[in-house]
Design a protein around this ligand. Structure first.
Ligand SMILES: Cc1cc2nc3c(=O)[nH]c(=O)nc-3n(C[C@H](O)[C@H](O)[C@H](O)COP(=O)(O)O)c2cc1C
Length: 190
């Protein structure tokens, strides 16, 4: 990948599926650098409507167990559930980006959640820029009240904007189709 310029990096940035991530994971100093970059996002009102919960393997395993237990109790599709739990089994390191809006401020909730989403993308990008890789996943667990309470002690409107799985790519992912710019482009002249 051509990463010789920042624009070249952005033109080539991509996720790596969590099943292709492995060791080494960022050490604590590197992780702090990645999270500092991730926190540097546009934020209407300077609310900082997100928190980073760093999940190491025992905590990630707890997420997998909760996914299976709560999902089964709720009668969710077993195949989908197996895949969703496996994403935690595969993850070497996970940052849960938690949406923590300030509902007393006159900034629309959607704008606050957009800021949390930007932090997810920036974390994926920062990981790649540092030679690691990331994968941003959600699933029903990101919004389910039972899961959010048991996993993190959260209540609505707090939620998980993203489980961002981090590690080192063990293989190059297949290229993902990207938008054909001409099909999404309108020049507004007047
Ligand atoms: C909010 C959000 C949630 C996502 N959740 C999932 C998910 O649960 N499962 C999944 O396979 N991909 C999910 N994705 C897609 C991947 O994160 C990612 O877009 C895809 O793997 C390729 O991204 P790239 O452009 O960084 O290569 C989600 C993306 C976003 C923006």
């Amino acid at each position: 990948m051509d990463t010789t310029t920042p624009l070249a990096f952005l033109l080539n940035r991509h996720s790596v599926p969590v099943r292709m991530l492995g060791a080494p994971i960022p050490d604590d100093a590197m992780l702090r650098a990645l999270l500092t970059a991730a926190a540097r996002v546009p934020d209407h009102g300077k609310i900082v409507p997100f928190r980073f919960h760093i999940l190491r393997k025992p905590a990630i395993d707890r997420m997998a167990r909760l996914t299976r237990a709560i999902g089964t109790a709720q009668g969710r599709d077993p195949d989908k559930l197996a895949k969703q739990a496996a994403s935690f089994d595969d993850a070497p390191l996970t940052v849960a980006v938690i949406f923590t809006p300030d509902t007393d401020r006159p900034i629309p909730l959607i704008e606050q959640e957009q800021t949390a989403a930007l932090a997810c993308l920036s974390l994926v990008n920062a990981a790649q820029a540092a030679g690691f890789a990331g994968h941003w996943l959600t699933g029903w667990m990101a919004r389910d009240p039972d899961f959010l309470t048991q996993a993190f002690g959260l209540n609505a409107p707090q939620a998980v904007t993203g489980f961002v799985h981090l590690g080192t790519p063990r293989q190059e992912p297949p290229p993902r189709p990207r938008p054909d710019l001409e099909t999404i482009l309108t020049w507004v002249e007047t």
